[in-house]
Design a binder for this molecule. Structure first.
Ligand code: DLL
Length: 432
């Protein structure tokens, strides 16, 4: 039995990690200054040059980067390597104007897969495991990332992608899958299907690696109990490579950030001020080893706490809490990033008034999305058949924009409560 484990990196003393970070940061700053005119301009605007950055302590001198910068520089404006050296793109699940495209050289893919391999090993994975990957494949980073990590560990890899539960369960039982990688909501759904079909005795799962969306400790306990496994959290974002930026170990108390590749900071989302260790704030990442698409001080919008408390697993890399929310209005519904502005665009394009409310809930561990939309007075006096048709058209248009199903309820004019300040567009009843 072999374990793809790198204790010399993952358990390195703090001074060693800092030394790597200092050296790699200085190189990365020179790299973007020389190769990415967009960065050079941003740095010049802030009056910083590469000579000002001698190590991690100088990080705060650099400007932040946000999703707006990525949109402005779309598609090639942040590339630090010629296209001839790039071998892959991945992209976020959001659509229309919100799409983020990240680029990878072969070296970037190797490092990303290494990060995912660490997550699989931390969940107990070895070359004797059968790793069942049902994150989406394609543009989404989940499938390709865990797939590559699983290869590195030497697991037998099942590139299942999401959906088709019958096929998932057939392969899971026939091939004896031992590690399940998918979103926590899909894991809960699979668990339910396994128990409904009386397959519990036929599955050999021992661990699950679940992420891409928020999930509570209650949900963890439910999944662990119904599948008889240990469930590990994994975090990441397309911009910073994908899954594996951080992952849980057997301690299950926070996710170790791969600090040899990423420097993490916590800032006050309103002022941008760097907050002391242990404070709750917005997570910011600097990728120090990425070649094609290096991001410096990228604001994730995820609200977290970092901890340097010693971990019983021996890993020394800092741990982040589960994200506790976001500092923007992005919702993650069944693993898909949804912005309220996308919903508003559909409504307006379909001639509906922009009086609406988005209600998100979690029923049987699966997210539901309901949208209440006020009718115009003319529509309200229309026939029931016409109203039902309009609802169907809206469902189809929303599916095409968001990529997920939303239930639409057309309600009477002026029935959605008006607020005095900002409109309350989102009611998120999920307890996460
Ligand atoms: O969700 C990457 C990923 C794939 C992570 C598979 C883990 C497993 P994006 O689609 O770019 O990338 O979405 C990134 O998802 O900023 C968080 O808000 C949220 N997110 C990711 N992992 C977690 C998690 C992938 N474990 C955004 N818990 C991030 C809570 C998560 N939120």
């Amino acid at each position: 039995m072999e374990r793809y484990y790198q204790p010399e990196i993952e358990c390195a003393p703090r001074e060693q990690i800092l030394a790597w970070q200092n050296e790699r940061l200085v190189q990365q700053v020179k790299n973007v200054w020389d190769n990415v005119p967009y960065y050079r301009r941003k740095m010049e605007e802030k009056g910083v040059t590469p000579d000002d950055i001698k190590g991690v302590d100088d990080l705060c001198k650099l400007p932040f980067l946000t999703k707006d910068d990525l949109r402005e520089a779309y598609p090639y404006g942040l590339l630090a390597r010629p296209l001839s050296e790039c071998v892959r793109i991945q992209s976020t699940s959001g659509t229309t104007g919100k799409r983020v495209v990240a680029f990878y050289t072969q070296h970037d893919i190797d490092l990303w897969e290494e990060c995912c391999a660490r997550a699989i090993v931390a969940a107990g994975g070895t070359n004797e495991d059968v790793c069942h990957v049902c994150y989406g494949y394609g543009l989404f980073t989940g499938g390709p990332g865990l797939n590559g990590g699983s290869h590195k560990v030497g697991c037998l890899t099942l590139p299942m992608s999401s959906g088709n539960t019958d096929r998932q369960l057939q392969f899971m039982t026939d091939l004896g899958s031992t590690i399940l990688c998918c979103t926590p909501s899909y894991a809960a759904y699979l668990a339910e299907s396994i128990n409904e079909r009386g397959l519990r005795d036929k599955i050999k799962l021992k661990a699950g690696i679940f992420g891409a969306e928020a999930w509570s400790e209650e949900m963890r306990r439910d999944i662990e109990k119904s599948l008889g496994i240990k469930a590990y959290d994994i975090y990441g974002l397309t911009e910073i490579s994908g899954p594996g930026v951080s992952f849980e170990c057997s301690e299950q108390r926070g996710m170790h950030i791969n600090e040899d590749h990423f420097i993490a900071e916590i800032i006050d989302p309103n002022t941008g001020e760097v907050l002391p260790e242990g404070s709750k704030g917005e997570l910011v990442f600097t990728s120090i080893t990425k070649e094609a698409f290096p991001l410096l001080r990228y604001r994730t919008r995820d609200i977290c706490v970092l901890s340097r408390e010693k971990c019983s697993c021996g890993r020394t890399h800092v741990r982040m809490s589960k994200p506790m929310g976001r500092s923007d209005d992005m919702l993650i519904i069944r693993g898909v990033n949804v912005f309220p502005s996308q919903i508003e665009t559909v409504l307006i394009n379909m001639g509906m008034p922009a009086n609406y409310q988005i209600i998100v809930d979690r029923v049987n561990n699966s997210d539901t999305l309901d949208i209440e939309v006020e009718m115009t007075p003319e529509m309200f006096s229309d026939t029931v058949a016409h109203i039902t048709n309009k609802e169907k058209e809206l469902v189809a248009a929303l599916k095409s924009m968001l990529g997920i199903y939303a239930k639409v309820h057309l309600v009477a004019p002026k029935s959605i409560t008006r607020s005095e300040g900002k409109a309350v567009r989102i009611i998120d009843n999920r307890k996460i």
